[in-house]
Ligand binder design. Structure first.
Ligand SMILES: O[C@H]1[C@H](O)[C@@H](O)[C@H](O)[C@@H](O)[C@H]1O
Ligand SMILES: [Fe+2]
Ligand SMILES: [Fe+2]
Length: 318
């Protein structure tokens, strides 16, 4: 018997490159399509303030332990609390409004951020794109509104500042606090950590209301300059995100306010409503840091659609 006939009788799986290669390609295209459809399936949306499942099983005592933090974090805050002054704040705001630093899509901005490791953060050493996707995915899994999922995805994009006008990380990352009124004990490492700041014990800037007045509203208050303030201005001008989203962006690092209850006497009625929104956002930012690492490539189609929904111009002026 000829060898060819034996192969045919035993049905040996002979790979035919032309025929089978094509079938494999089609199969892999079909799998890609199913994945994209799955990612795009719109879930039932829950309300912003509806009870959340997300942080129920998180050990909250495992986060933000600043007394036990490493020197990298302690040194960061010593420098930040020394250099964030009224004078610097005015200068940084002026510089911000004076030019466009770059033109990038939201996704390109996320990719650019990928090399930055945040020195102020005791809870994660992941790259920023991973942290952004973790936050967005936690919000999405909980069925929260689409605009909030997008807010999770972009909330730290202001850290791009580091690649533009920043003087280090101290004017980009870390918790925020007001300048121009008294440094509150509830800021990380307390008042003592401001002793080398030129505004410390200043006759106006370091008094309870300083340059502000009771109930004046946080819009009038200069928060220390960094990623929140920077992205807030960009999102306010270039997106259609609602006020709650803008507040989540502007105040998410203002822990002395949203977490420790400081500076409440500066709030107006609108701020009281916004405080609820910021508090609803916070667990997804903080506790998602211990979740698994999401795959940017797989999630990209879903989030691209969200980005296009709220940023009418594809290219953002940074
Ligand atoms: O270290 C972190 C980090 O920089 C975050 O992006 C910021 O939002 C937090 O407030 C801060 O504690
Ligand atoms: Fe942040
Ligand atoms: Fe964050």
């Amino acid at each position: 018997m000829a060898p060819v006939a034996i192969a045919a009788e035993t049905h040996a799986p002979v790979f035919n490159k032309k025929r089978d290669g094509h079938a494999l390609e089609e199969l892999s295209d079909a799998i890609d399509e199913v994945n994209i459809l799955k990612a795009n399936m719109k879930q039932e949306e829950k309300g912003l303030y509806e009870e959340s499942e997300f942080d129920k099983n998180k050990d909250k005592t495992a986060f933000r332990q600043y007394e036990d933090a490493c020197d990298r974090v302690k040194n960061f805050y010593r420098e930040q609390h020394t250099k964030q002054t009224v004078a610097y704040n005015l200068k940084a705001r002026h510089e911000f409004h004076s030019k466009t630093r770059a033109e990038l899509t939201v996704w390109e901005a996320m990719e650019k951020l990928n090399t930055l490791i945040d020195e102020s953060d005791p809870d994660t050493s992941l790259s920023q794109i991973e942290h952004l996707l973790q936050s967005a995915e936690a919000i999405r899994r909980d069925g929260k509104p689409r605009w909030m999922q997008l807010t999770g995805l972009i909330h730290d994009l202001g850290k791009l500042l580091f690649f533009f006008d920043a003087q280090g990380q101290w004017d980009v990352v870390g918790d925020t606090f007001p300048v121009g009124c008294g440094f509150d004990e509830r800021i990380i490492y307390g008042r003592e950590s401001f002793k080398d700041n030129e505004d410390f014990e200043h006759p106006v800037y370091d008094t309870k209301f300083g340059i502000y007045s009771p109930g004046c509203g946080l819009d009038k208050v200069m928060l220390s300059w960094g990623h929140d303030e920077y992205l807030y201005h960009i999102a306010k001008e270039q997106s259609t995100l609602p006020d709650e989203a803008l507040a989540m962006i502007r105040y998410h690092s203002f822990y002395p306010w949203h977490n420790a209850g400081a500076y409440h006497e500066l709030m107006n009625d609108h701020d009281k409503e916004m405080l609820r929104a910021v508090k609803a956002f916070n667990p997804y930012d903080l506790y998602s840091k211990s979740d698994g690492i999401p795959s940017a490539e797989e999630l990209k189609p879903y989030y691209m659609e969200l980005i296009n929904e709220y940023f009418p111009n594809k290219v953002i002026r940074w």
